[in-house]
Design a protein around this ligand. Sequence first.
Ligand code: HEC
Ligand code: HEC
Ligand code: HEC
Ligand code: HEC
Length: 215
Amino acid sequence: MKLRALLLGGTLAACLATPAMGQTMVGEAHDFSGSGWSDGEICKPCHTPHNALLDEASDQVGWLWNHTLTTAVYTLYDGNSADAGPDDGDAAFDKLSRLCMSCHDGTVALDAFGGETGSIFITGDHLVGTDLANDHPVGRTAIYPEEGNGDFQAADADHKLGPSGQLKLREMNVDGTLDYVVGCMTCHTPHYKGFDHQLRMTNSSSALCLSCHIK
Ligand code: HEC
Ligand code: HEC
Ligand code: HEC
Ligand code: HEC
């Protein structure tokens, strides 16, 4: 009995030590199941199995999206302003960043999902807001020079950067031209990949920053 317990314990420890096995979003920043506003579920504030959201143009948002979309107007890094989209050429940023900002700009309630209006808003350090002049450029202010130059690393054929292609540039229509831009999802993941701040790779020794910037 004792030996068996020891063996089981050893197996469990080995599993926990294998990073590829256990990287789930359970208990991480986007696990809202313990918050009163989430209906006790993890996925539901963002996804639904049925009746997913349509955008203003009555197109599927995609990804079985369930959270009300932001329609805010932003002050951009360059001081100009632009709206959340849809991505018809004059939006501030790519379609996926819009999904993030639908909670993080503070204009739509966290509990605005499944057709509810909601009343609880994001606060503190997690509130990015609508003034992006003091944030790393995204979208139309962060068009990436994919071929690389003296300041930027070259992206690969799949529009990815980083030691093993962890950072993906996002497609965006900027004033009628298809560009590849930095978006929230370039650096972050909505789920969890084992790194602090929901990042896609470590930023230890600024490895994430140096995956793009040559400094
Ligand atoms: C905070 C919002 C959020 C939560 C919570 C969330 N997701 Fe997602 N999910 C996204 C976004 C944004 C995308 C689209 C971007 C992408 O491809 O990762 C996505 C994409 C996906 C995809 C398709 C792309 C892929 O990564 O395979 C699946 C499947 C998925 N989510 C499953 C889940 C499940 C299951 C849960 C709950 C355990 C969950 N998500 C919770 C935001 C969320
Ligand atoms: C349903 C609303 C919602 C959506 C959609 C959402 N977030 Fe969040 N996010 C939150 C909340 C609430 C927190 C704070 C959780 C807490 O209190 O720890 C958070 C926390 C974070 C954090 C901080 C993590 C940490 O460990 O410090 C990051 C980074 C983040 N979100 C990025 C994103 C990105 C990128 C997207 C789009 C892919 C996104 N979020 C979409 C609600 C959301
Ligand atoms: C160029 C990469 C990059 C982009 C693009 C980016 N972030 Fe971040 N973000 C980071 C890093 C790195 C951190 C961790 C900062 C630190 O070490 O405190 C972070 C932290 C955060 C946090 C946690 C703040 C805190 O103080 O704990 C939130 C929330 C967040 N980002 C949301 C977003 C959203 C929403 C977008 C899109 C508008 C976005 N990020 C775009 C790199 C990025
Ligand atoms: C995915 C690629 C990518 C990553 C990762 C990235 N950046 Fe950037 N960064 C850009 C792009 C593109 C711009 C906009 C460049 C321009 O002005 O044309 C930019 C702009 C900047 C600027 C503003 C430069 C100016 O002229 O005003 C600074 C500072 C900066 N990044 C620092 C960082 C830091 C610090 C990190 C890590 C937390 C980081 N970047 C991660 C691509 C990236």
